[in-house]
Write a protein that binds this ligand. Structure first.
Ligand code: SAM
Length: 423
């Protein structure tokens, strides 16, 4: 039947369409990321190392509401600390609450469509609890943000090993490969793997995996203009941006440095966009002030038009939402706003198979550790204008993707070999 066909296709692709119009999709980021690699696979237990307490049964939305979704012991512990004096909502918070109430039926419908697919629900614990030897103890991960700020940063080098082929294939060991080492400066330098094989790289005794045809530029925002192509028709057709927004919540642990909104006005999005058109995808937090800033200032400055809004709904491996839907400061969803640059280009709508993004799509997934965003590019490609293969870039990236350029002050962060297993 169609649901079991969809499940076996999900186990291959990482994409499970939950409705006919494909406006609600469940994704497994690990399977989506794995499409990038030739000799390695992303470790599921590394990706999903954030621990969620499993529950024995999935509750319907009615039961969840009575009990408080995700209200497990761990959460209750945190809640105690978080307890605030109840106060009236201010004007912006009231707007945010009204927006949430308008959105609620859409999210509930999407969530309930997940709950009806029992074969998908029953395989969720297996996709996260995967014995693959991942361990976060031992060697410390390099902090590229700190290293990039040191005065010796220009002297740091990374060694890339371009494989020449397999020379020895003993029965009880991995094939041994010979390679040619290329040593290049790590910071403020465009580094790429133009081959069709994964490349291993070494930096200060740690190993990093670079997927085929990926490149990265590790720098501070001050150098972001270095990415602007010399010829405007060499720009990007897909630009994904996940800025380090300042988070009003004092409870948020500082996992990376944040920047005030005005800095993002200077991102050269227009100059990075291909003259034949570009799809711009911007991740946002749920703050009303931010939504207004994006709508009224940021997108007009970047020249982004034809804007639609979509949602990432987060569930636990047991299928429950990660927090109560109505919890004001900890919604179990985030939004992504999507729009176009250079819509007036003649080539824009003549792109084969191109369609505009429909509004209000819902992407559901189990969140990975370190608040990693799910890689949605595969689902967006039909909405990307211009020639194929599309030229894609992620700004403020913490990982590399096959065929993409990644920019930020730590784009190698999740390329550490600890997050990978050999195929
Ligand atoms: N999309 C990423 C993911 O899913 O893993 C998360 C991106 S995170 C929201 C924002 C990133 O911007 C962090 O890696 C942070 O270190 C980086 N960042 C902060 N300040 C920066 C700056 N001045 N220049 C470049 N990158 C910066």
């Amino acid at each position: 039947n169609s649901s079991s066909e969809e499940l076996s296709s999900f186990l291959e692709s990482g994409i499970f369409r939950l409705d006919d119009g494909s406006r609600v999709v469940f994704v497994d980021p690990v399977r989506l990321l794995n499409r990038s690699y030739s000799r390695f696979r992303v470790s599921p237990s590394g990706y999903y190392s954030r621990s969620f307490k499993s529950r024995s049964k999935v509750r319907s939305i009615g039961e969840e509401e009575e009990e408080g979704i995700g209200d497990d012991a761990e959460r209750r512990g945190k809640k105690k600390k978080r307890k605030r004096k109840s106060r009236e909502l201010n004007e912006r918070e009231i707007c945010a609450e009204i927006r949430h109430q308008e959105l609620r039926p859409l999210l509930l419908k999407a969530y309930n469509s997940l709950l009806t697919v029992s074969n998908l629900l029953s395989c969720l614990p297996n996709i996260v609890e995967y014995e693959d030897g991942y361990s976060n103890s031992g060697r410390e991960e390099h902090n590229f943000v700190e290293l990039g700020n040191l005065c010796q940063a220009p002297h740091y080098e990374i060694s890339l090993c371009f494989n020449k082929g397999v020379i020895e294939e003993a029965e009880d060991s991995w094939p041994v490969r010979v390679g040619e080492w290329t040593i290049v400066p790590l910071f403020d330098n465009l580094i790429g793997n133009e081959t069709t094989e994964d490349v291993e790289a070494e930096f200060l005794n740690s190993k990093y995996i670079l997927p085929p045809r990926s490149s990265f530029y590790m720098s501070d925002l001050r150098r972001v203009r270095d990415l602007v192509p010399v010829h405007s028709d060499h720009g990007f057709n897909l630009i994904v941006i996940d800025p380090p927004w300042e988070n009003g919540s004092v409870y948020q642990k500082a996992v990376y440095p944040t920047l005030p909104n005005r800095y993002f006005l200077y991102l050269p999005v227009k100059q990075l966009a291909h003259t034949a058109g570009a799809l711009v995808v911007l991740w946002m937090t749920n703050r009303e002030k931010l939504r207004l800033f994006v709508e009224k200032e940021l997108f007009p400055t970047w020249g982004v038009t034809n804007v639609t809004t979509h949602y990432w709904l987060k569930v636990k491996p047991d299928g429950s939402l990660i927090s109560e839907l109505d919890l004001f400061h900890h919604r179990p969803y985030e939004s992504l706003v999507v729009g176009y640059v250079n819509v007036k280009s003649a080539e824009f709508e003549s792109t084969p198979s191109f369609t505009y993004m429909q509004d209000n799509q819902v992407f559901i997934s189990i969140p990975g550790s370190h608040s990693r965003k799910p890689p949605l590019a595969k689902l967006l490609l039909d909405h990307v204008p211009g020639r194929k293969p599309a030229k894609c870039i992620e700004l403020f990236a913490r990982e590399l993707v096959g065929g993409w350029m990644s920019w930020g002050n730590e784009p190698l962060r999740f390329q550490d070999s600890r997050y990978f297993i050999r195929k």
